[in-house]
Design a protein around this ligand. Structure first.
Ligand code: GRG
Length: 305
């Protein structure tokens, strides 16, 4: 294994540990910092949905993108955790019977299986709103202008024009007999790509980067977002539930149109490699400072779960 890959793996683990520790603190605080009582069952379901699992790729991207602009991980971890809360909420709601109807997530029972549907809906809602509570805090960034910029960025990427809108397009696509490549790319860029792009862009915002630098991180995030979803579709065909920690063959079972079903495995794998080269090219202006982000792009392509 190359020195850089080793460094990336070590950082992925240590950032994930920092995210876990911070999420535990944020959830503990959420029980304490107001006078009003917190429903214990809801708190447990939020912890079940957000702690002890996942690759924590989005927070990693926030922290490593911010590092390009000399923001240390302990200064970017709160924004990183806010994004992870939004991601976890989306997984909880996506697993519900009304959506993907899944029993397994991150190797554990999905939240509605461990609790019940109503509690899972509320746990998702509370994680989403907690994300914006975190973003509004002075500890997330000393500048109120930057905090508002982050709120807008996270809201736009997670909402109607981003992840939620993409999920709607995805649900509608399931009912169609065929779907074009352009439609697949649009819905994937919204459903999955938007949060990954947001992670990289947020790092640049936290670092007060110039508009040009922000655009570079946006472009990088956009490309790895595409690659991430493409690999997710490939793994849905080639992997198994134990490795993935969630059910596989879901796309084929539903007759769902993906780039893999349109072009086949080989062409999809070649496209993933092409996207990796594009992602690396995007970061050329940052030179060696971007080595770890490039490894993150490689991980997105080579990951097994
Ligand atoms: C319900 C509003 C709403 C949105 C759902 C995120 C999403 C939209 C659906 C999840 C379905 C899915 C499996 C999409 C493929 C890409 C994806 C988001 C995979 C899960 O992300 P990972 O692999 O998960 O980063 P971990 O568990 O590692 O955090």
């Amino acid at each position: 294994m190359s020195q850089l890959k080793l460094e990336f793996k070590t950082l992925l683990k240590s950032h994930a540990e920092l995210v876990e520790k911070t999420l535990i603190e944020l959830l503990d605080e959420a029980c304490l910092d107001y006078e009003i009582e917190r429903p214990a069952r809801l708190m447990q379901a939020m912890r079940h949905s957000s702690l002890d699992g996942g690759k924590r790729l989005r927070p990693f991207l926030v922290m490593e993108s911010a590092k390009l602009f000399d923001v240390k991980p302990d200064q970017s971890v709160l924004a990183a955790c806010a994004l992870e809360c939004i991601h976890c909420y989306s997984l909880v709601h996506d697993d519900l019977p009304a959506m993907d109807d899944d029993d397994l997530r991150r190797g554990k029972p999905t939240t509605h299986k461990a609790y019940d549907e109503a509690t899972a809906i509320l746990a998702g809602d509370a994680l989403l709103t907690l994300a914006f509570d975190i973003l509004s805090r002075e500890a997330t960034h000393t500048s109120a202008t930057t905090r508002i910029e982050l709120v807008k960025l996270f809201a736009q990427n997670s909402g109607l024009g981003g992840m939620v809108g993409g999920q709607m397009l995805d649900l509608e696509a399931e009912k169609k007999t065929s779907i074009s490549k352009e439609d697949i790319l649009t819905l994937q860029a919204m459903k999955t790509g938007a949060l990954i792009r947001c992670a990289c862009h947020a790092g640049a915002v936290l670092g007060n980067a110039s508009k040009e630098e922000q655009q570079t991180l946006f472009d990088f995030g956009d490309i790895i977002g595409q690659a991430f979803q493409l690999v997710d579709d490939i793994l849905d065909v080639t992997s198994d539930a134990q490795t993935m920690g969630k059910k596989t063959s879901k796309d084929a079972d539903k007759g769902k149109g993906t780039l893999v079903s349109l072009y086949g495995l080989e062409a999809s794998q070649a496209r993933a490699e092409e996207l990796l080269e594009m992602a690396i090219e995007t970061l050329v202006p940052f030179g060696k400072k971007a080595d770890i982000l490039i490894e993150a792009a490689r991980f997105t392509i080579e990951r097994k779960n």
